[in-house]
Design a protein. Structure first.
Length: 115
């Protein structure tokens, strides 16, 4: 059984930083592709960043150079460090395992960037 729990969201001013965490349960975490997605009101859910079991990463163009995804396989946890946050980063952020079609999603954590 796969269970994902996000934490670390909140309200931050433009230019600020947040670090999201996703604690995962279930087998084979270390070889699983993990992704962070976000969904803003009235918009489709989109991939923000992903990381393979081997550590290869990919990012949406809108967050390149500002966000960093990482993982700690000893803790079954994936992180998203978000720097220089912008109002357009405001969304609910979701952790996912093995891609959207897997059905493995966390409950989401709200990130609001506002002055």
């Amino acid at each position: 059984q796969v269970h994902l729990v996000e934490s670390g969201g909140g309200l931050v001013q433009p230019g600020g930083s947040l670090r999201l965490s996703c604690a995962a349960s279930g087998s084979f975490f270390s070889i699983s592709y993990m992704g962070w997605y976000r969904q803003a009101p009235g918009k489709e859910r989109e991939l923000v960043a992903g990381i393979t079991g081997g550590g290869a990463t990919n990012y949406a163009n809108s967050v390149k150079g500002r966000f960093t995804i990482s993982r700690d396989n000893t803790r079954n946890t994936v992180y998203l460090q978000m720097n220089n946050l912008k109002p357009e980063d405001t969304a609910v952020y979701y952790c996912n395992r093995d891609g959207p079609s897997s059905g493995y999603w966390g409950q989401g954590t709200q990130v609001t960037v506002s002055s």
